[in-house]
Design a protein around this ligand. Structure first.
Ligand code: T6T
Length: 329
């Protein structure tokens, strides 16, 4: 008798529990969440394209995106933007932290305020989240390109372009940015496989294309036998290519570009740039929002999502399936 009533109660609970869960879950699913997206900087075609992907996902799940960032790629200007966003209490924050270390404490404030935080494009700490180790593992997920692989792809293609021998260097932004650090790491590791290619000292340009152009000319002045340059992000590549053109070396100094702004089309066609490694920033924005929304509606999410690359050169730049990865302005 006792046993029967226990079974009955347990059965009744089992019946009612999913109903209660379904009600609260569907309430969460029906809520219009506000998801903030803080880019590395606002005027970069890479982040403009990421925003489009984020907006597309937000439309699909009925969320709202607040896009707010700084005018330059710099923790000093990004942290006040983050603080202002935290004060607005969005339901979740997607952020491309502009420094691996300097953004840890400012982002922790968001996590401590109960705002779920996901990093897109760049990471903090070592990029391994939810491990229970270190002080920078609190973001829920990292959605980005595999930047070590991207650097290795650049090295292989540049080595091929220069006949696997000669002098090259990396035009990079500044140390401390996870993405560009990893690209340089992947590039140098892969170049070790080409014993006849010498990698000269890296030139840091602070994300300033003009500086990257002058540096190209200075490196060329010191090394008239310079064969190639790897521009490790959009402004580094654009600047390095301009430097090659200003030095009258188009086609002679090979340019490997990371990122694919619209100007890349003309640069590939004219032979100023040999190939561009396009990231898929719209995918990063899209899946960043999907992750945030999944978490907010009670679903588990992966701690890392890798998005792809498309290598664009003169031979395929006109193909629609390739050209769709050129960034929006
Ligand atoms: O290359 C992208 C991005 O991945 C990197 O973190 C910073 O620079 C860009 O935004 C291009 O300018």
């Amino acid at each position: 008798m006792e046993r029967r009533s226990f079974v009955k109660t347990a059965a009744a609970m089992a019946m009612s529990a999913p109903v209660a869960f379904a009600v609260s879950k569907s309430r969460a699913e029906n809520k219009k969440f506000t998801i903030a997206l803080i880019p590395g900087l606002t005027t970069d075609a890479f982040y403009i394209t990421m925003r489009k992907g984020a907006e597309a996902a937000a439309k699909a799940v009925g969320a709202e995106i607040v896009f707010q960032g700084a005018p330059d790629f710099n923790p000093v200007t990004q942290v006040p933007v983050l603080d202002a966003i935290i004060a607005k209490k969005p339901d979740a924050i997607l952020i491309a932290p502009t420094d691996k270390d300097q953004l840890v404490q400012p982002m922790k404030k968001a996590a401590d305020a109960g705002i779920p935080i996901i990093t897109v494009d760049t990471f903090i700490g070592n990029g391994k989240y939810q491990t229970g180790s270190g002080d920078a593992d609190f973001p829920l997920a990292y959605v980005a390109s595999d930047n070590v692989l991207g650097g290795a792809i650049a090295a292989r293609a540049l080595a091929k372009a220069i006949g696997e021998k000669g002098k090259v260097y990396v035009s990079n932004v500044k140390p401390g940015i996870s993405t560009t650090d990893q690209r340089e790491e992947g590039f140098k590791a892969e170049m070790k496989k080409y014993p006849n290619v010498k990698v000269l000292e890296t030139q840091f340009n602070d994300d300033d294309a003009n500086k990257a152009a002058s540096q190209l000319q200075a490196v060329f002045a010191r090394n008239p036998d310079l064969d190639g340059v790897f521009g490790a992000n959009l402004f580094s590549a654009l600047g390095a290519a301009n430097g090659v053109q200003q030095a009258g070396q188009t086609g002679k100094i090979k340019v490997a570009a990371f990122d694919a702004p619209t100007s890349i089309v003309d640069n590939l066609k004219s032979g100023l740039v040999d190939f561009a490694i396009a990231q898929h920033p719209a995918e990063i924005g899209y899946f960043g929002v999907i992750c945030a929304h999944a978490h907010l509606t009670g679903n588990s999410i992966p701690t890392a999502i890798g998005t792809g690359f498309t290598v664009i050169d003169k031979s395929n730049v006109a193909e629609a399936a390739v050209a769709r990865f050129i960034y929006s302005d």
